[in-house]
Structure formats: structure tokens, C-alpha cells
Design a protein around this ligand. Sequence first.
Ligand code: HEC
Length: 200
Amino acid sequence: MPDRCVGPFSLMFPPNRKVRLMKRAASPIFVAAIMALGLPVAASAQAWSDQAIDPAADHPEVPVSYEDGGRYYTEDDIPTFNIGDDGAVDWLSFSGFRRYHSECHVCHGPDGEGSTYAPKIKNSAVNLEYYDFVDVVVNGRKSGNSVMPHFGDNKNVMCYLDDIYVYLKARGMEAIPRGRPAKKAGKSDLIAETENACMG
Ligand code: HEC
């Protein structure tokens, strides 16, 4: 079951996700080991957004395993999008479309397509692990003159981070076309309650 209390802190460190976070801690050591051997490492900060996506390939963080009150999750409890039989997008994807275009689009371009200034994050949402995506948005990132601001204290982003994430993932998988989704599922009571609790 996913956490029902979604706020900036519970989002980052929900108890049932600790195991995965710990497992991931090994990767920087692995990278350091490769570097010590003098082997080339893809160091570009924007590599994830440049990597093309084949929607037909296996993407473990995409398929829906279960629904909880209008939110959809993979078998690893990662938020994901859902397209209904009638083509309606789930509420979070629709909400994410709106939030993305008010908070992120100025730099990342319409529909997550990227710009000359900031990467194509519709690809990053598929290629980056969920926690890495969240980490960049919460804490920001800087590579020389290229600056991603931190949004950890911005409720208009934090309370809708899963919305933005699933919307971009749907875009990256080409599951929804560019522009405003034509059809959407309704907003569930649970989603409304969680939103109100988060916005305060
Ligand atoms: C002021 C411009 C700006 C805004 C606004 C902005 N970003 Fe960024 N973002 C950037 C830049 C520039 C980078 C690349 C940073 C780097 O080179 O390390 C970036 C990187 C990222 C990355 C990492 C991509 C990757 O492939 O590693 C993610 C994820 C991201 N942004 C998400 C968001 C989200 C979500 C929003 C809206 C809530 C947002 N950004 C708003 C400028 C911005």
C-alpha cells in the first residue's frame, strides 16, 4: 500500500521505500571504481534526457500493478500513469500537465520536450529512477552555468510532484500526445484530501 500522507518529507522517506534507497547507495562507489580503472564514464548530467526511448521495450517503472483511490502504482510502489479504455488519462497525469506548464515549462519547454536551455525531461522521467528524479526537483542541481532550481520549499511543486512525474513519464512513453489531454478521469476523494492536507 502506498503512503496516504503525501508531503515533502513523507514523500522523500516513506518507510516502505527505505530498502530501495539503501540499495541504491552502492552506485556512486561503483562509478568511483570504474573511474579508478580509467574506463570512460558517461558523466554528462543531461545523459538521461538525451537517451531515446523505445515505448515497446521493457520499462519496469511504467506498467500499472495496482490502483489506490485514483492513483496508479507499479509493483514497486512507484507512481505511474494510466490510460483508460476510453482514452481518458488518470487525474494525476492531467493535473501534472497543468502543473508542469505553470512551473517547469518556462525552462524545459512545452510538453516536456526540452529547450536550448534545459533538458528534455519527458525522457528523464522514464530513464531516471523515480527517487533520482524527485531528488533533482527537491534539491536542484548545477552543472557549470546550467542551473536547475530547487523546489523543495515550493508547495505548488512538492504537493504535485507525483502528478508532474507521471505526466512526464506518459509523455516520454508517447502514451499521451502533446498538448492538453482531451479526456481525463475524475478527481477522487483521496486525491482531493491528500492535496488539501499538503497545501494546508
Ligand atoms: C529556471 C529554469 C528551470 C526550471 C523552472 C525548471 N528546471 Fe529542471 N532543469 C533546469 C536545467 C538547466 C537543468 C539541467 C541541470 C544540469 O545541467 O545539471 C534541469 C534539470 C532537471 C532534471 C534532471 C534531468 C536529467 O535528465 O538529469 C529534472 C528531473 C528536472 N530538471 C525537473 C524539473 C521540474 C519537474 C521542474 C518544474 C517543477 C523544473 N525542472 C523546472 C532548469 C529548470
